[in-house]
Design a protein around this ligand. Structure first.
Ligand SMILES: Cc1cc2nc3c(=O)[nH]c(=O)nc-3n(C[C@H](O)[C@H](O)[C@H](O)COP(=O)(O)OP(=O)(O)OC[C@H]3O[C@@H](n4cnc5c(N)ncnc54)[C@H](O)[C@@H]3O)c2cc1C
Length: 471
């Protein structure tokens, strides 16, 4: 027996003939501990999560996904499903179990006439933007292009187009899935409607999505990018921005943040490594109006650095990729907020001035407009009445800073808790257990439990923000 075989057997007790039989069924990769790719393949984005699965399967098609699921069930393995691997608590991996890594299923097909976009279950958003941009179409996505379509969509999806076109789930038309018994199913508004409702916010609880079909929205030109001000100006900028962005035409979005200016071009040396406040704009209205729409904020307080201007949407959506590479320490908290009063602004600024590392940050994303016109019961994503999703992110390459930066994030969130509407965006929290999950879905939780019981009775898919099945 080879070293690889011995190690696998020790870790899982999986019989070699079972592995050999599985190999004959797969066209994708089967990676075991000891294989040359294993150390890279086991890693997820957040380096705080360091797990050693017994087996990693990288399917290339639905048949592979189905074989992987059936194998996991037969062998009684704990199964983690991985899209883009960006999940904070690291639900894309599992200690001693089976990882089904969808990263080889990432094709994107645009139908320019029907204005739809078909996306493989393991694609990342950069794949989608790249494919849709030439057709002047876009799917609402997140702010970093390396994030997975799978996890972001199934958890909701907030981004630059949320005010104009809603959350990512509000643009989802259909999903192809493999369920816990290995069977294939399509869910949309006319077929398996309960399942289609559940996947629009219910996470990876119901099965593996092998293909998403999205509406493609027309986006012809974008005027956007960041404006920076000295951090002391935040006391004035936040109230102004809050009022401005909530009343602005829905073509405009702009999230507020506290950041440390990166120590590199294009930032002037005088600002490098300075803590500042920032608004990152995205205006998708008529090109000639971009300058005009942002004139009031420029008049209100001239930015210290003004990098907003005409920009291709894929460039805006990948602008921060390099600042957040895979393999760093990552901890986050999230809250939904209706309104920041003067005291809330003081608290935001107080903790913003204490950013514990160069890469830690606090962002507030507007989610009013189209996202708030969807009724609470129409998808599991319940906080349709919130105006903002606030996220506090502690990030650093060095694990030695973990304790300090995690404490900062907790203190920040705890102080702002009186302004929280309850819950926190599930895609931007760590593992807060069943309470965290329930607090997010509120009155939609019971229906989710029932649908979970129907499609995944034994909670096979439980390495996620888990919904407990209850008929
Ligand atoms: C740098 C960064 C920026 C981000 N920016 C945004 C943002 O702008 N807006 C936003 O809304 N969120 C954002 N997020 C949060 C992001 O939505 C979540 O981290 C999400 O879980 C990532 O999805 P993933 O597929 O990359 O992760 P993974 O870790 O691969 O998966 C996350 C969860 O989804 C499940 N899953 C993934 N794919 C599938 C599938 N095809 N079928 C079934 N289950 C699946 C997994 O099992 C797991 O439970 C960001 C995250 C990071 C790290």
């Amino acid at each position: 027996m080879s070293d690889v075989q011995t190690e696998t057997k020790k870790a899982t007790g999986i019989k070699q003939d079972a592995i050999a039989a599985l190999r004959t069924k797969l066209r994708g990769d089967l990676i075991l501990p000891g294989d040359p790719q294993y150390e890279m393949a086991r890693k997820v984005y957040n380096a705080m999560v360091d797990k050693r699965p017994a087996m990693i399967i990288r399917p290339v098609d639905v048949a592979d996904v189905s074989s992987a699921v059936v194998f996991g069930a037969e062998q009684k393995l704990e199964v983690a499903v991985r899209g883009g691997a960006h999940n904070g608590p690291g639900f894309g991996t599992v200690e001693g179990g089976l990882v089904i890594d969808l990263s080889r299923i990432r094709g994107v097909r645009v139908d320019p006439e029907g204005k739809t976009v078909r996306v493989g279950g393991g694609a990342v958003w950069g794949d989608v933007d790249h494919a849709t941009y030439p057709f002047h179409l876009a799917v609402p996505t997140g702010f970093v292009s390396t994030t997975g379509v799978g996890g972001l969509t199934l958890g909701g999806g907030t981004g630059y187009l949320a005010r104009k076109y809603g959350l990512t789930i509000d643009n989802l038309l259909s999903v192809d899935m493999v369920l816990a018994d290995g069977c294939f199913i399509t869910a949309d508004a006319k077929h398996n409607e309960d399942l289609f409702w559940a996947v629009r916010g219910g996470g990876g609880n119901f099965g593996i999505v092998t293909s998403f079909l999205f509406r493609g929205n027309e986006v012809n030109s974008v005027y956007g990018g960041p404006m920076f001000w000295p951090i002391d100006d935040a006391m004035d900028i936040i109230p102004y921005w809050q009022d401005f962005v909530l009343k602005a035409p829905e073509d405009l979005n702009g999230w507020f943040g506290f950041v440390t200016v990166p120590p590199a071009a294009p930032f002037p040396e005088e600002y490098q490594l300075k803590k500042m406040c920032v608004i990152v704009w995205c205006y998708t209205g008529p090109e000639e109006q971009g300058q005009e729409i942002l004139k009031p904020i420029r008049d209100f307080r001239k930015p210290a650095m003004d990098l907003a201007g005409p920009i291709p949407l894929p460039s805006l959506q990948s602008m921060f990729d390099a600042l957040f590479p895979a393999g760093w320490q990552w901890y986050w908290r999230s809250q939904f907020v209706k309104h920041y009063d003067d005291h809330a602004v003081e608290l935001l600024v107080k903790h913003g001035k204490l950013l514990p590392t160069t890469w830690s940050t606090m962002h507030i994303y507007p989610i009013n407009g189209a996202a708030s016109r969807v009724r609470k019961q129409d998808t599991p994503w319940n906080f349709r009445d919130a105006n903002f999703a606030q996220t506090i992110v502690a990030v650093d390459p060095d694990p030695a800073n973990n304790e300090h930066m995690i404490q900062w994030a907790k203190d920040y969130a705890n102080d702002l808790q009186p302004y929280s509407m309850g819950g926190g965006y599930l895609n931007m929290i760590m593992d807060e257990g069943e309470q965290g999950v329930k607090a997010n879905y509120r009155e939609n939780y019971t229906r989710l439990q029932q649908i979970k019981a129907k499609y995944d009775t034994n909670n096979f898919f439980h390495v996620n923000q888990n919904i407990l099945p209850k008929p």
